[in-house]
Write a new protein. Structure first.
Length: 151
């Protein structure tokens, strides 16, 4: 990654960290879940309306470091209006981008703007900050397919 690109990525992260998009509660919502990253103290609550397999609205509240807030903000923009299947694919690609040892191509295509967080991989202690919102979302989506009470 060249310096100009790195600086641009940092600017986007700082901007989203300071002014997170979709930073609000959704009431009523079909699903909400809390996420917590004890390593850093990041805490967020994700609110989603899923109807007929489509994420119709998404918002979050909470507090944490710039990376956790920026990631939640960018994620909300990315998955809003997408199907649960599409969002699950994004989660997998994003998770792979930050955690996999091997280089996998095709991430740019799937992740678009989310690629600004690719540099977090160089800081293993911050990876959980960047994936917190995604794990929370994945948790909701995983359970959204199951009727309440079904293991
Ligand atoms: Zn953090």
């Amino acid at each position: 990654m060249n310096d100009a690109l790195r600086n641009l990525y940092q600017e986007v992260i700082l901007d989203h960290g300071k002014h997170p998009r979709h930073f609000h509660k959704i009431d009523p919502c079909s699903h909400c879940r809390e996420g917590y990253n004890p390593l850093c103290g990041d805490q967020l609550t994700l609110y989603i309306n899923i109807r007929e397999g489509i994420i119709e609205d998404i918002g979050f509240t909470g507090h944490g470091c710039a990376i956790s807030m920026a990631s939640a903000s960018l994620m909300s923009q990315a998955v809003n209006g997408k199907t649960v299947a599409q969002a699950t694919e994004m989660f997998k690609a994003f998770h792979h981008l930050l955690t996999a040892k091997d280089k996998d191509s095709g991430h740019e295509e799937k992740l678009g703007k989310l690629m600004v967080l690719a540099g977090v991989k160089e800081f293993p202690s911050r990876v959980k900050c960047a994936t917190l919102a995604w794990h929370t979302l994945e948790n909701i989506m995983h359970n959204a397919g199951n009727p309440a009470g079904t293991p």
